[in-house]
Design a protein around this ligand. Structure first.
Ligand code: ADP
Ligand code: MG
Length: 377
């Protein structure tokens, strides 16, 4: 069982804390929603036909709120299928559980074709397509580097030769995807779904909710949001606050989002510490180094998989190259929050973000805690 593993339990705890601190959390709940979280799997139907469920998924917490249907039975059925569907994606993609198809592909003998279930094949195809689109800033075949830095354990600075080898076998030289399946090229290479698994699960949920005719829902999977429709009294969309990259209690930007997914990447969300040096969990696949904690990137995109992947990629690229790439996606909003030497936050965003920002006037602002965002001089 996934949840009985001690290392995973550590991860669950740290993630749960992060979620409660809330990097990007919908501030508004469905009308009629009662406070209090029922234990999974017991759903709590409330007056006004809304349902709120919570579960553990992908090593983190999942919150599902569904409303907008007059029939309580349909709401319950929809919430149940959504949970099952997201679990199904986890069971395809988890690399924390040895028996999933991805874990088996990751252990396949070097040089042999490992046939994949069609859905996993399509997902990996899509992930590698995005890897290409981002110039390799997003690269799921970074397993050897994740291991070299011991990012799933207590952390370690790899020796030069170990790092060089891990870097060399990340990407194409470690593992390829053919029409038949995956082929490992090196015994250290493996695919880590950490950078796109949540997006894939939320994407599956999005399709299912549409099939069930649900037009009002907010899902929060470990900080990544899927927002369908809008609360009854807020036609502009769900309230989402974007926190200061280092001070979670401080809101830097307020968004109203509907029919889109919101993903945030930063280096301070999850860190391991070695010799007093803190490392983020996002690696630059081009250098093999953890990306420094320069700030955060929040991406709003219709497709949750794209939101998850692009927030990681933009974070790897940093505020300048990240902005340049983000501008090439006319339908994706990207908000870059850069922490300056004085601890202020300098914010920049692409045009599509204006439709979500509550106060979209300035294109560049600095933010100091206690003072509102103001135009950068
Ligand atoms: P979070 O899990 O906090 O939402 P991300 O979506 O940014 O963070 O994904 C980070 C995870 O993805 C890491 O924990 C690691 O498993 C994996 N990863 C690290 N660097 C990269 C990268 N450059 N491209 C793709 N996946 C990565
Ligand atoms: Mg991501």
């Amino acid at each position: 069982m996934l949840r009985s593993q001690p290392h995973l339990r550590r991860r669950l705890v740290s993630r749960a804390v992060l979620v409660s601190l809330g990097l990007a959390v919908p501030g508004r709940e469905l009308a009629g929603q009662e406070p209090g979280l029922p234990p999974d799997p017991a759903p709590t139907p409330t007056a006004g036909a809304a349902v709120h469920r919570t579960a553990f998924l992908m090593g983190t917490r999942l919150d599902v709120r569904i409303g907008g249907l007059d029939d309580r039975e349909r709401l319950l059925a929809a919430s149940q299928t959504v949970l099952e569907e997201m679990r199904r994606i986890e069971e395809l993609l988890s690399t924390w559980e040895a028996t999933t198809p991805l874990s088996r592909a990751n252990r396949a003998p070097v040089g042999e074709v490992f046939p994949l279930p069609a859905e996993l094949h399509r997902l990996l195809e899509s992930a590698l397509h995005w890897s290409h689109r981002t110039g390799g800033a997003f690269e799921p075949r970074v397993g050897a580097l994740v291991r070299a830095w011991d990012l799933r354990g207590t952390g370690r600075v790899p020796e030069g030769a170990t790092l060089a080898h891990a870097l060399a076998v990340s990407g194409d030289r470690g593992m390829t995807l053919t029409s038949e399946g995956t082929v490992r090229r090196d015994a250290r290479a493996w695919i880590d779904a950490g950078g796109f698994g949540k997006g894939a699960a939320l994407d599956a949920a999005r399709r299912l909710l549409a099939d069930h005719g649900v037009n009002q829902a907010s899902l929060n999977l470990g900080g990544q949001l899927l927002l369908v429709g809008a609360p009854a009294d807020q036609p502009r969309g769900w309230s989402v606050s974007v926190a200061h990259p280092r001070r979670r209690g401080a809101t830097v930007a307020a968004l109203r989002v509907r029919d889109a997914s919101v993903a945030t990447s930063s280096a301070s969300e999850r860190t391991v510490e070695v010799d007093g040096r803190a490392f983020g969990h996002i690696l630059d696949p081009r250098t093999g180094q953890p990306v420094p904690a320069w700030g955060s990137v929040t991406v709003v995109a219709e497709n949750p998989l794209a939101a998850d992947i692009l927030s990681t990629a933009f974070f790897v690229l940093g505020p300048d190259d990240g902005m340049a790439l983000a501008r090439s996606f006319p339908e994706v909003g990207a908000l870059f929050l850069e922490v300056t030497a004085t601890g202020d936050v300098s914010a920049r965003w692409t045009d599509p973000m204006n439709q979500w920002l509550v106060d979209p006037a300035p294109q560049a602002t600095t933010y100091s805690p206690g003072r509102p965002m103001r135009p950068r001089p």
